[in-house]
Design a binder for this molecule. Structure first.
Ligand code: SF4
Ligand code: SF4
Length: 355
């Protein structure tokens, strides 16, 4: 199920273009990692890229899905009774009783089983919400934003997959004088997609995943040039920009990769608000299994890098003049050191994030 497009109007407000309201996978309150202060982060469902290490697979596909958590299933058969395709059946288990067998190849994602499951073994992923409902939820913590310098972060997936909706949401939040950030891979080919957001977005948090054009196109599924061009335009427009670098074992964690990131970002050193280095972590693996998409996860068994692995990258970025560099997100608990042993001002919180 997807939210239907709405022509020219959202919740009574004319927006002039057809607006598709994405499904929402989560609205996370009191986040400290998606921008300054206390934040509420809205995760939109849908991303055009295909990063094989993605730790939020539930945000990749625009359409509704469901988790099946086997540990919670009591094999009651309620889902079997409503399943129109035979995807859910009861079969003889290895013990005495019957157990549920879920054959996702027969499943049409009709969600009838989710509605009848009493144990939450089935859980829908992607909720249809109106703009008003989203606004009500994200603005309910306004006092916390004011006291902490926080605000709302629009994330995903990628919000730029839904530019008209993201623009309208940012505009409506900004009307309340609340800080707005967006997290994006800056993939759009056309700057016209991003340009209107400049007026309403206080902080662009941009993922930079590789400096290798071939890997960027083949593995991630988007030309590197588009991302770099958009970062250039954001900097030229004097937007506040933080770069997120997910450091992925075997993909972009060599000394050469680090040197390439440092060389690229050094030209923005005085303009960038900062860089956050996000060490790959394995927390997303279980989600692939619950979504029935375990075959899509290509990092099974890949070990996380120790936090110190990325210190040369962090220290190199500090050396070229980036004023704020963190390892693990915007909240830090220890400092790194440069080769001379002096505090390099690198804040470190290991393996908190890594998308
Ligand atoms: S309804 Fe829920 S608990 Fe019952 S068999 Fe289906 S998934 Fe398991
Ligand atoms: S979502 Fe799939 S398993 Fe569930 S009732 Fe529909 S077809 Fe059957």
């Amino acid at each position: 199920m997807e939210n239907p497009p709405v022509d020219g109007v959202i919740d009574g407000v004319a927006v002039g273009v057809a607006v598709k309201i994405p499904l929402i996978t989560e609205i996370q309150r009191f986040s400290l990692q998606d921008g300054p202060g206390f934040r509420t982060t809205v995760f939109l469902k849908g991303c055009p890229l295909k990063c094989p290490w993605c730790h939020n697979p539930e945000t990749q596909k625009p359409a509704q899905e469901y988790y099946y958590n086997k540990a919670r299933c009591v094999s009651c058969g309620r889902c079997v009774a409503v399943c129109p395709t035979g995807a859910s059946t009861l079969i003889q288990g290895s013990g005495k009783g019957l157990v549920l067998n879920l054959d996702r190849s027969k499943c049409t994602n009709c969600m009838r089983c989710v509605a009848v499951c009493l144990t939450e073994a089935r859980e829908s992923v992607g909720q249809a919400m109106s703009l008003e409902e989203i606004l009500r939820e994200v603005l309910s913590d306004e006092p916390f934003y004011r006291n902490s310098g926080g605000g709302v972060t629009i994330s995903g997936g990628d919000p730029l997959l839904y530019p008209a909706f993201t623009l309208e949401l940012a505009k409506r939040i900004k009307q309340r004088n609340v800080h707005v950030a967006i997290e994006t891979s800056c993939f759009p080919k056309s700057w016209k997609v991003i340009q209107p957001l400049l007026e309403f977005v206080d902080l662009f948090i941009v993922d930079l995943k590789s400096m290798d054009p071939r890997k960027h196109a083949e593995v991630i599924g988007c030309p590197l040039k588009q991302v770099l061009d958009n970062i250039d335009r954001l900097i030229e427009a004097r937007a506040n920009v933080r770069i997120h670098i997910p450091v992925i074992p075997g993909f972009n964690d060599s000394q050469q990769d680090f040197a390439d990131f440092i060389a690229c970002l050094s030209k923005y050193s005085s303009q960038l608000e900062g860089v956050d280095i996000l060490n790959y972590h394995v927390y997303g693996e279980g989600k692939y299994t619950s979504l029935g998409r375990e075959n899509e996860y290509q990092y099974k068994g890949v070990k996380e890098n120790p936090p110190e692995k990325v210190l040369p990258l962090a220290n190199g970025l500090k050396r070229v003049g980036i004023r704020s560099v963190t390892i693990g997100g915007l909240v830090g608990i220890t400092t790194g050191e440069n080769e001379s042993g002096r505090d390099a001002g690198v804040r470190c919180m290991a393996n908190v994030n890594g998308g």
